[in-house]
Design a protein. Structure first.
Length: 306
């Protein structure tokens, strides 16, 4: 009996050794990779383009956007003329972060029900000394008066460079539709106002960049809302949300509603940034919805809230 067991063990060990010799004798294939076959089933991960101002001169802006201790960055930065800290002869578009990488420019943000806009966007900083200060925690101040802003004009040469840059970006990222070209205030209205009311959104639109309304349509809705009752706060909130803003539909004229209305006005009504819901502001919003999201309005121009 012992002999049978020993023989069985010997055969088992011999078989294992033979199998191991065979496996070791087979050469591992050389790793090769080919791009011979390509799929057409893909799109860009980049969906949004966010425009900012730096609130500083060139040198300070570059420090803030490049040094690790500041933990903020953008994909591009464009200087402005007559900046004493900018020593180059010509204005140049500077790329700080690859478009394939995630820059830290948008913070806690939301657009089109998508959060963490850093993950899906390209950020462009414009050197400009505009600035806003906020006292959101000051209980003495009303939410309509808890900020103080000073806005500066933009350099026309800087805007020309921006237009050329954005045109190239749009060729690379087809997911960036007109309503996805936005300002920092659009996605963080409680704490941001950039690029501010002096940023020329309409000029960009004339160059095929971003969204803008048709004046005839605004006039149509303005006449309608002056003859009839303007949409309710809940309907206006629905309209803002339908366009892309991350507003909650509370039905109340609360602080967040004020902030979102003001952000909308900064973008589309720069001559009026008081955060009030009036016939002109709502007419502008409805004109944009009719142009870019017509399914949200019925034949009578009433919002189809979801």
């Amino acid at each position: 009996m012992k002999k049978l067991i020993i023989l069985s063990l010997l055969l088992s060990v011999t078989g294992y050794a033979e199998e191991r010799r065979l496996s070791l004798s087979i050469d591992a294939p050389e790793y090769k990779q080919s791009n011979k076959h390509n799929s057409l089933n893909y799109n860009s991960r980049v969906r949004f383009l966010v425009i900012h101002y730096t609130s500083s001169n060139w040198q300070r802006s570059l420090e803030l956007l490049t040094l690790p201790e500041h933990e903020v960055s953008s994909h591009y930065i464009i200087p402005e003329s007559f900046d004493e800290t900018y020593n180059e002869q010509d204005l140049v578009v500077y790329q700080l972060v690859s478009e394939n990488d995630r820059a830290w420019h948008a913070g806690k943000s939301k657009w089109e029900d998508r959060e963490n806009i850093n993950d899906q966007s390209i950020g462009i900083e414009l050197v400009n000394n505009s600035s806003c200060y906020y006292q959101n925690d000051n209980k003495i101040l009303d939410f309509t008066d808890d900020y103080f802003c000073s806005f500066k004009d933009y350099d026309p040469k800087q805007i020309q460079l921006l237009i050329e840059l954005v045109k190239q970006i749009l060729e690379r990222h087809l997911e960036i539709t007109p309503t996805r070209i936005i300002g920092h205030a659009d996605i963080q209205p409680a704490v941001k106002s950039d690029p501010g009311p002096k940023f020329p959104w309409q000029i960009l639109h004339q160059h095929g960049i971003g969204a803008w309304y048709d004046h005839e349509t605004v006039n149509k809705y303005w006449l309608k809302f002056t003859e009839e009752k303007i949409p309710s706060i809940a309907q206006v909130q629905c309209g803002l949300k339908s366009y892309g803003y991350g507003i909650e539909q509370t039905g109340e004229y609360d602080e967040q509603t004020y902030d979102f209305i003001r952000a909308f006005q900064i973008h589309f009504q720069p001559w009026q940034t008081d955060g009030r819901i009036d016939s002109k502001t709502v007419a502008t919003l409805w004109a944009l919805l009719e142009k870019y999201f017509p399914n949200y309005l019925n034949a009578e121009g009433k919002i189809q809230c979801q």
